[in-house]
Design a binder for this molecule. Structure first.
Ligand code: SAH
Ligand code: DHB
Ligand code: MG
Length: 223
């Protein structure tokens, strides 16, 4: 078995044994064929990790950058419970429409709001609204804008908030000083901001699985 196939098979095993996606999650995942970027949603085990993190910290308010077809959104919406709220920022109206339909079908439409537009703009508008702080933020949109999204996140969170930054390995480009690829630079700059911000503490983990080689940073806002 090729390495990538083995990674996928183990993810499938973990999913069957522990994650136990129901029909609504499977339908939402499948809906991504109608999105602008099929195949890049979090995996089932990763979605459940987001949900467990949210539940562990008792998150009531979650902010997401990058909705796609609403798969990670559904995990988070379930985790915040019927009185919680998820706000997800998405560039493409097509994706927002697919996600809204799946989230409504899953019975969580009332606790999710999707705002369409470039997240640099929608997050700035959100900061200007001075909303109650978000307990958990999942940054998973266009990688070159990660620094801007992290900056907005600092204006939208509180001590104790948790931030997850997705897709930090970039096929190794993140650690290649010769790579000036915009996605790698976006990740690197955001991680440097985290390292230099005394309010934040973090680690990053590489992952393998159905999505191949990937990784995420887990960031804790301490003050
Ligand atoms: N969080 C989703 C996957 C998101 S994929 C999940 O795991 O299920 C990345 C998403 O970011 C795509 O839907 C893409 O349209 C969106 N995106 C790309 N550029 C963006 C921008 N400038 N502003 C907001 N969203 C953007
Ligand atoms: C990409 C984006 C994602 O959010 C992801 O989970 C995987 C890949 C990408 O743009 O390549
Ligand atoms: Mg991602």
């Amino acid at each position: 078995m090729h390495r990538d196939q083995a990674w996928a098979a183990v993810d499938d095993y973990f999913t069957a044994e522990l994650v136990q996606e129901d029909q609504a999650l499977r339908d939402t995942a499948a809906g991504d064929v109608r999105s602008t970027a099929p195949g890049i949603a979090v995996s089932a085990p990763q979605g459940k990790l987001l949900a467990l993190l949210a539940e562990m910290i008792g998150a009531r308010r979650v902010l997401e950058f990058g909705t796609l077809a609403g798969y990670s959104t559904l995990w988070l919406a379930r985790a915040v419970g019927p009185t919680g709220q998820v706000l997800s920022l998405e560039l493409q109206e097509q994706n927002a429409a697919v996600a809204r339909q799946s989230l409504a079908a899953a019975g969580v439409g009332d606790r999710v709001e999707i705002r369409v537009g470039p997240a640099v703009e929608t997050s700035a508008a959100l900061v200007a609204e001075r909303p109650d702080p978000f307990d958990l933020v999942f940054i998973d949109a266009d990688k070159p804008n990660n620094p801007t999204y992290l900056e907005a996140t600092m204006a939208l969170t509180r001590p104790g908030s948790v931030i997850v930054l997705d897709n930090v390995t970039r096929q190794g480009r993140v650690a290649d000083p010769d790579s000036s690829a915009p996605d790698a630079v976006g990740v690197r700059t955001a991680l440097r901001m985290v390292a230099e911000d005394p309010r934040l503490d973090a680690t990053a983990l590489q992952t393998v699985g159905v999505k191949g080689w990937d990784g995420f940073a887990l960031i804790y806002r301490r003050s």
